[in-house]
Design a binder for this molecule. Structure first.
Ligand SMILES: [Zn+2]
Ligand SMILES: [Zn+2]
Ligand SMILES: [Zn+2]
Ligand SMILES: [Zn+2]
Length: 217
């Protein structure tokens, strides 16, 4: 399953490396700023992805906050960046320009209990400033997840006690029916959201780009 994302500049849909190449055509046109650099980052948690432009002077802490706000935050767990899963930790106060260069790949983890792991790859760097610190260039469009019960309508909820079984995702009507049959459903039903943390811990959705965060806006 390869997910697609819309280009923030022109609204066209692309998938995979086609999106990276396309965004580069816009990023080359960004105004040149003296002694500034901005980094095109791809955050990957297949099939979920984000394309970001990050100012070289912004700190990793800002990237951490952004990832929490769009994909991860449930109850204030710890997180960290490092060069690899067992690699060297990169401090939150590190500037983006010190952490990334073209081709750099970092590892990120949120929550060391029910961990969500991401990789962050720097596609390229540009001589431009990103005034807002971090700009969302694209993200995967909501995945097409169907109800496991009626196999027809879009899924809106999942039952976390049934992970790995035949029926996990439910549309609104089938969720109601499942609530009656499943004794754990009261605490186990979670919303379907556009995030690699869907169904994990208490995660119920993000705080930015809400339009593409849930199945129904
Ligand atoms: Zn475009
Ligand atoms: Zn949590
Ligand atoms: Zn259904
Ligand atoms: Zn259930």
């Amino acid at each position: 399953m390869q997910s697609k994302g819309k280009c923030i500049y022109c609204g066209k849909l692309f998938s995979g490396s086609g999106l990276s190449r396309h965004l580069a055509t816009h990023l080359k046109e960004e105004p040149v700023a003296d002694r500034k650099r901005s980094y095109h980052l791809v955050v990957d948690a297949k099939p979920y992805f984000l394309h970001l432009l990050m100012d070289g002077d912004a700190e990793m802490e800002e990237l951490d906050s952004f990832l929490r706000a769009i994909w991860l935050e449930c109850c204030g767990h710890l997180s960290k960046f490092s060069t690899a899963r067992w690699g060297q930790e990169i401090k939150m106060a590190t500037k983006c320009r010190r952490a990334f260069d073209k081709g750099t790949e970092l590892w990120y983890a949120y929550d060391f209990g029910s961990t969500t792991e991401l990789t962050i790859r720097c596609v390229d760097a540009y001589p431009t400033a990103t005034k807002e610190g971090i700009r969302l260039l694209s993200r995967n469009e909501p995945l097409d997840i169907k109800c496991d019960h009626c196999k027809e309508k879009p899924a809106e909820e999942l039952c976390t006690v049934h992970y790995g079984e035949d029926e996990v995702f439910f549309c609104e009507a089938c969720a109601e029916q499942h609530m009656e049959e499943c004794e754990d459903a009261e605490y186990a039903m979670m919303p379907v959201v556009n995030s690699p943390r869907m169904g994990v811990c208490g995660y119920t959705g993000g705080q930015i780009d809400l339009e593409r965060d849930q199945i129904e806006a």
